[in-house]
Write a protein that binds this ligand. Structure first.
Ligand SMILES: NC(=O)c1ccc[n+]([C@@H]2O[C@H](COP(=O)([O-])OP(=O)(O)OC[C@H]3O[C@@H](n4cnc5c(N)ncnc54)[C@H](OP(=O)(O)O)[C@@H]3O)[C@@H](O)[C@H]2O)c1
Length: 345
């Protein structure tokens, strides 16, 4: 077999631009490995990329998505650390081995072709060997961006400690991964959602200390201060952006950490929160997070395997055009809780 199926975004104004192509299977160089992709996880970023709403540079006719897990099919003559059959994944920016992401760094499914294909060739030093565990390829593919981002938020600067309180906003992939990590680290957890049904589901499936519906409690920061006896929360996984940052800074504890990760909400510009003043009066750490390095991904997957943590997979779709478009639409609908995935088996 010399060709394989590759999906590309032929336009960036909707999901119909996702098209299948038969292309030659990459020929690996001396220091590369060829990976048979087995599981793919979607992120909100992939949906924004396909819709043309992501304010970042995107390669023309890019192969979408950054998160995959698979099996090594071939190793280059100079590769010593990996063998055919090894189970592996790779970080969102394969060039970021450690330390902060730099602005010239390449991102899979962004400035370089991503993982929505049967085979991908990568330099051996960029990939992460998966620990033996009960997790499936789809589950490992689901955690790449979320686990490395959350690990960066919790351990990249002021580390999360047992007994602290963590707030996660909404029930998307980043937030549920953060909830699972925080609980396993011994934290008290608080989650918000627009839906009581989703909150009931998350409480039953993953366990959480407090739940708040941000639609029925539009002043949810006040509710958090009430729950925490006015102390506030130590770490906030801030995925809302401009529409939630004001309240996040109101309910962060003195000296607490707000990890600015996402931009899911909007506010009229005349209602912008005074982020500087709110950060100063809390003595808070407001830290921007740009995914995670290879090292952070490696540490996060070890944590998941060692603690046998659940991976919050919502639905798995097929690796065909219809399945992929349905998966993109499902994330865009906001009906999911956690991760939406593609199985390439
Ligand atoms: N900086 C980074 O490196 C990085 C890495 C990964 C993701 N991100 C960003 O983080 C954000 C989340 O990504 P994701 O993949 O987890 O998205 P996702 O799975 O699509 O999560 C969407 C969920 O967020 C919740 N939400 C939407 N608007 C909200 C609001 N105003 N307040 C609170 N929750 C709200 C909703 O939960 P309910 O339905 O329960 O209300 C929604 O279902 C995105 O903006 C993404 O681009 C950034």
């Amino acid at each position: 077999m010399s060709s394989h199926t590759v999906y590309r975004l032929t336009s960036r104004n909707g999901f119909d631009g996702i098209e299948a192509f038969q292309e030659p299977i990459p020929v690996i160089s001396k220091h590369e490995v060829l990976i048979k992709v087995r599981g793919i996880g979607l992120n909100y970023r992939d949906i924004a990329t396909a819709l043309g709403t992501l304010p970042l540079t995107i390669k023309d006719r890019v192969v979408p998505c950054s998160d995959m897990a698979g099996e090594i099919a071939q190793v280059g003559a100079g590769v010593e650390d990996f063998s055919v059959g090894d189970h592996v994944t790779c970080p969102v920016s394969p060039v970021v081995l450690y330390g902060p992401v730099k602005d010239e760094d390449h991102t899979l499914g962004g400035t370089i072709d991503g993982v929505m294909r049967e085979y991908i060739a990568l330099p051996a030093h960029t990939i992460v060997k998966l620990p033996s565990s009960s997790h499936s390829f789809v589950e490992w593919g689901a955690v790449v961006t979320t686990a490395s981002t959350v690990w960066n938020a919790f351990y990249g600067h002021a580390p999360l400690k047992p007994g602290q309180t963590v707030l996660v906003l909404g029930t998307g992939g980043v937030s549920l991964t953060a909830l699972i990590f925080a609980k396993a680290a011994g934290a008290t957890t608080i989650i918000t959602s627009s839906s009581d049904e989703k909150l009931r589901h998350v409480k039953a499936k993953y366990g959480v200390t407090h739940t708040i519906n941000y639609k029925s409690h539009p002043d949810w920061a006040a509710e958090i201060k009430r729950i925490t006896n006015d102390r506030g929360v130590d770490h906030i996984i801030e995925v809302g952006g401009v529409g939630t940052m004001g309240q996040s800074l109101q309910c962060v504890s003195m000296g607490g950490v707000v990890s600015a990760i996402g931009f899911l909400s909007a506010l009229p510009s005349d209602e912008m929160p005074d982020v500087t003043f709110l950060t100063i009066i809390k003595g808070a750490i407001l830290r921007g997070i740009l995914a995670g390095s290879k090292q952070q991904l490696e540490e996060a997957v070890q944590f998941i395997a060692a603690k046998d943590l659940p991976v919050p997979v919502d639905r798995i779709f097929k690796f065909d055009r219809e399945g992929i478009i349905a998966a993109f639409k499902h994330v865009a609908s906001g009906e999911h809780t956690g991760k939406v995935c593609i199985s390439v088996d």
